[in-house]
Ligand binder design. Structure first.
Ligand code: GDP
Ligand code: CA
Length: 333
């Protein structure tokens, strides 16, 4: 019988993890569905950009820049330079020439009335990622960050403003203290076609080692997705993106701090919560350096094991995926 695995994923961390899962299950009768975060999506120079979906598509399709970890390999940035020469903002967004083709196809298709799911499927015809990649939602819902107005100068009580996640993350390198996150449009966002079925019909649901706040947290915020996770008979297992009290890459610590969650493997597990206590986790993998946290996590009602969690190669990542499936155990039907 076909094994069905559903992965909730952000961008780079999610993409690398999916590569390991595909590597592990290659040749077996398995259907892998990846539900991608679209909260990072943004309109740039008239183009619809979906950074996390593209990271997954390019990584699994062999087109990702291995050097940068995002965008296309053998990329040039002439269009970006020309736009900057015209003085048009945003000048801080990394729009590569090859990458622009993807955004042109996407934008043209969206403007013609196709849904983001349709467009993603069409783009994947070229990249053949070997998984079914679906956006969390076809509706626009973009993460914004609440910060003190960066243009307020030395005002004693600066106004709080909401800036787009990408402006905070890329332009400000997450250095402006965040007071919180607001996903504009999320109340009215519906799960994309196939998302709820992929969770309900899975044999295992995996939370990739992605940013718990602005990747996984955003997916969980789509009305209906958390309920589907509560209801599924599939075990749900997550892998910690935090190792030894720090994110492996990126600035997830700034996101966790903004919502008052400690940047530890146990802190993130507690934030997700045990499914038996109204949360979403049945099982949680921490890195071996965090082995001392397993008892605390088990105490929350979450099965826990400590294994190497560095995605240094597809083989190493495949071993992580195997451990996740082992710890999750079989589906309770
Ligand atoms: P983004 O959307 O590109 O920021 O990517 P994700 O949200 O999918 O993943 C970002 C998270 O991946 C960061 O919080 C990192 O700590 C985590 N990460 C990156 N590389 C590794 C790794 O090798 N092992 C683990 N466990 N986590 C990783
Ligand atoms: Ca992202």
């Amino acid at each position: 019988m076909t094994q069905r695995i559903t992965i909730l994923a952000g961008g780079m961390g999610g993409a690398r993890f999916c590569l390991g899962v595909r590597h592990l299950l290659m040749g077996s009768d398995t259907e892998i569905t990846v539900v991608g975060n679209t909260g990072d999506d943004i309109w740039v120079h008239g183009l619809r950009v979906c950074p996390d979906l593209d990271s997954i598509m390019y990584t699994l399709g062999g087109g990702i820049s291995s050097e940068r970890g995002w965008g296309r390999e053998a990329e040039t940035f002439h269009a970006k330079e020309e736009l900057a020469a015209y003085g048009v903002e945003p000048t801080w967004f990394g729009l590569g020439d090859r990458d622009i083709a993807t955004h042109l196809v996407r934008t043209t298709s969206l403007n013609a009335g196709y849904s983001l799911s349709d467009v993603t499927e069409a783009l994947c015809h070229r990249w053949q990622p070997g998984v079914r990649l679906i956006p969390m939602s076809d509706d626009r819902a973009e993460t914004h960050v609440i910060v003190d107005d960066p243009d307020a100068g030395d005002a004693e009580q600066p106004l709080r403003v909401a800036i787009h996640f990408q402006e905070w993350w890329i332009r400000h390198r997450a250095s402006l203290p965040a007071h919180g996150f607001s996903i504009v449009g999320i109340e009215d966002a519906r799960p994309a076609p196939g998302v709820i079925d992929a969770i309900a019909g899975a044999d295992t649901v995996i939370l990739s080692p992605s940013n718990p706040v602005v990747s996984i947290g955003t997916i969980l915020a789509v009305p209906g997705i958390r309920d589907a996770l509560h209801a599924t008979t599939a075990p749900i297992v997550g892998l910690s993106p935090i190792i030894g009290g720090a994110p492996v890459r990126g600035m997830a610590d700034a996101c966790l701090a903004a919502i008052g969650v400690p940047t530890t493997a146990a802190g993130v597990a507690e934030h997700y919560g045990a499914r038996s206590a109204g949360g979403i986790l049945d099982a949680w993998l921490v890195d071996t350096v965090d082995a001392s946290a397993t008892a605390e996590i088990e105490g929350l009602g979450i099965a826990c094991a400590a294994v190497p969690l560095l995605m240094t190669s597809p083989d190493a990542t495949a071993r992580m995926a195997a451990e996740a499936l082992r710890l999750a155990g079989p589906r309770v039907r």
